[in-house]
Design a binder for this molecule. Structure first.
Ligand code: ADP
Ligand code: MG
Length: 152
């Protein structure tokens, strides 16, 4: 289906867009977060987690590889593969075990190569004017359903 774009003028807008997904988000779902360093991938995830009722910190998982948040309806896993030196690290870290009944958001998924489960939705963040352009694309029927419930 056609990608959907939203202009995000400031950090608050990125947090709000992430937060607005919380009410309709359902597991299982795999989301790739694309964009340069500092594009807002972790900020978007922080907004989503706040919307889901997580009141604690949302740290960038750059060193830990994954931060997991057990929530009422499902566990959300937030991955960051930025420090991978080869895709095989995905297997070494046993990350496959975290998929199946969870919502998984993955920064730098391309560094995990073919080991990373396919995306239902991609979220692309790019610099635009002073803010960011966010483009959302569904790749599966499940992803399409989620985007429709969220944005319509
Ligand atoms: P990433 O995880 O993509 O590396 P972060 O979310 O850690 O990026 O950092 C994004 C940076 O950009 C933060 O400093 C945040 O305040 C800022 N930011 C987020 N969204 C916007 C926006 N829409 N416009 C301007 N700055 C933003
Ligand atoms: Mg990040």
């Amino acid at each position: 289906s056609a990608p959907i774009s939203r202009f995000l003028p400031d950090e608050a807008a990125t947090l709000a867009l992430g937060g607005s997904w919380a009410a309709s988000l359902a597991a299982p779902l795999v989301v790739y977060l694309h964009g340069d360093l500092g594009a807002g991938k972790t900020t978007f995830t922080r907004g989503l987690l706040r919307g889901l009722g997580h009141n604690g910190a949302v740290k960038s998982p750059t060193y830990a590889l994954v931060e997991s948040y057990p929530l009422a309806a499902f566990t959300l896993h937030h991955f960051d593969l930025y420090r991978f030196s080869s895709p095989e690290e995905w297997q070494d870290a046993g990350l496959d075990d975290l998929f199946g009944r969870s919502v998984c958001l993955i920064e730098w998924p391309q560094l995990g190569g073919e080991f990373v489960p396919a995306a239902d939705i991609t979220v692309q963040l790019e610099n635009a004017e002073a803010g960011r352009m966010c483009t959302l694309t569904a790749h599966t029927p499940q992803g399409q359903k989620s985007l429709e419930a969220w944005l319509n």
